[in-house]
Every structure is written in structure tokens, then in C-alpha cells.
Design a binder for this molecule. Structure first.
Ligand code: ATP
Length: 216
């Protein structure tokens, strides 16, 4: 069990905090607004009304002992940056910060926080990807143009031999194949694919796009 702090309990911060609790972690949630603290008080380990721009307050709450801190203050960029500066001064190494604008992002880059989060943009990208490639149910970007994707074999590919399919983009690696509850990590090139099979593929975007055409 790890100990986390979430500063700013708007919809993003509150979701992070409650999810961490459901994963059995200890979570202290801090917000300057009483209403947000009261809303979540029953669901997380500690919920505190406090101004996170005050370093003494953060010290009194022993935030320095947390394994990681998520700063989820949105609109008030000044408060977000001040809070991050205090956390850095207190020696915290793992700091995730929600950024609201390009300027906010730039400052956070200079402050060398562990991760800068843009929830709305990330969600927008995911929605666009899923509309553009409906066969992709999950994906993870390793780099800008390098992905791991989970795809479902469509009717168009039903009955196709695996080697014919992967031959369209031989540089793509198949990490696993799943049919029902059966998982194969190394695929027989002669495997006849069936609608509903799951493939987890890893490769460059242009190669994956080449494969995506055969799902339609
Ligand atoms: P969301 O989209 O997550 O709902 P948001 O990006 O619109 O939030 P805000 O609502 O501006 O962001 O801020 C998130 C929370 O941070 C709010 O509940 C706000 O009360 C809290 N907050 C703002 N300033 C401070 C501060 N100095 N100390 C602690 N909490 C703060």
C-alpha cells in the first residue's frame, strides 16, 4: 500500500483520489473549497480543507512522506505552480501535475515535474482515435508514432490466414492472440483468424495504419 496526496478535488482530482483508494492505497485529499472536501470525505483516507499554496500547511500535513503527489488545481495556474514549487522544496520526487494551458505546461516542464497531464486533450485524442479506428479497443503510445494496440478481428478478416494478414506490414510484432479464454504468445503463421479474435500488436503508426485497412 502506497501513500498518495491529491491536491485539488475537482472532478479530475476526485476521480484520481477515489480510484487510488479503490486500489487500496492511502490517500489524503486537499482542497481550499469546503464543499469539494465534504463531497469526498467519506470516500478517501483523509480529506482536508487547506490552501496548498502555503508550504507550512503542506508540511503540517506531512505531504513530504507521500510516495507521490498529484496536483489537480486547474484554473488557478499561479496556485498550481506555487504548490509544485513547495513540493519540490520539500524534496518530493514524484509529482504529477494537471496542466491547463501551454504556458502552464512550459513552466511545469522547467520545474521538471514527473508527469504533466492534459486530461481533456488526452481524452479528445482517444475519442478521435477510436472513431477513426473502431477496431482498436485499447492503445498505448510508446513514442509519438510507435504504439501498442489491442484490436478485434472483424468480419472482413474472418477466415484469413495470420501470415497473409501480417504480411501487409511485416515489421509489426504480434504480442499475443486471444480466442475466448485461450491466449497464444507465439502465433502459427497458418492460423486461420476468426471474427472476435483479439490481437495485441506493436509497431510504427504507418505500419499499423497499413494493417487497419484490412479490418474494413
Ligand atoms: P476539474 O476539471 O478537475 O473539475 P478544473 O480543471 O476546472 O477542475 P479547478 O476547478 O479550477 O480546476 O480546480 C480544481 C480544484 O482545485 C478546485 O476544487 C479548487 O477548489 C482547488 N483549488 C484551487 N486552488 C487551490 C489551492 N490553493 N489549494 C487547494 N485547492 C485549490
Amino acid at each position: 500500500m502506497a501513500q498518495f496526496a491529491v491536491i485539488g478535488l475537482g472532478s479530475f482530482g476526485a476521480t484520481v483520489a477515489t480510484q487510488l483508494v479503490s486500489l487500496k492505497h492511502d490517500v489524503i485529499g486537499i482542497d481550499i473549497n469546503k464543499k469539494y472536501v465534504e463531497n469526498i470525505a467519506e470516500e478517501i483516507t483523509h480529506a482536508v480543507i487547506a490552501d496548498a499554496t502555503d508550504e507550512h500547511v503542506l508540511q503540517e500535513l506531512n505531504i513530504q512522506n507521500c510516495d507521490a503527489v498529484v496536483v489537480a488545481i486547474g484554473e488557478d495556474i499561479e496556485a498550481s505552480i506555487l504548490c509544485v514549487l513547495h513540493l519540490k522544496n520539500m524534496g518530493l520526487e514524484k509529482i504529477y501535475v494537471k496542466a491547463k494551458s501551454k504556458a502552464h505546461h512550459m513552466i511545469l516542464t522547467h520545474l521538471q515535474v514527473s508527469k504533466i497531464i492534459h486530461p481533456e486533450e488526452d481524452m479528445g485524442v482517444r475519442i478521435a482515435q477510436s472513431l477513426s479506428y473502431p477496431m482498436v479497443s485499447r492503445y498505448m503510445a510508446l513514442e509519438d508514432d510507435h504504439f501498442i494496440v489491442k484490436v478485434e478481428v472483424t468480419e472482413a478478416l474472418n477466415g484469413t490466414r495470420y501470415h497473409e494478414f501480417i504480411g501487409h506490414a511485416p515489421e509489426v510484432k504480434t504480442l499475443l492472440h486471444k480466442r475466448g479464454s485461450e491466449i497464444q504468445l507465439s502465433l502459427d503463421p497458418q492460423l486461420i483468424m476468426q471474427q472476435g479474435d483479439i490481437l495485441v500488436l506493436e509497431g510504427q503508426l504507418d505500419q499499423l495504419k497499413r494493417l487497419s485497412k484490412h479490418f474494413k
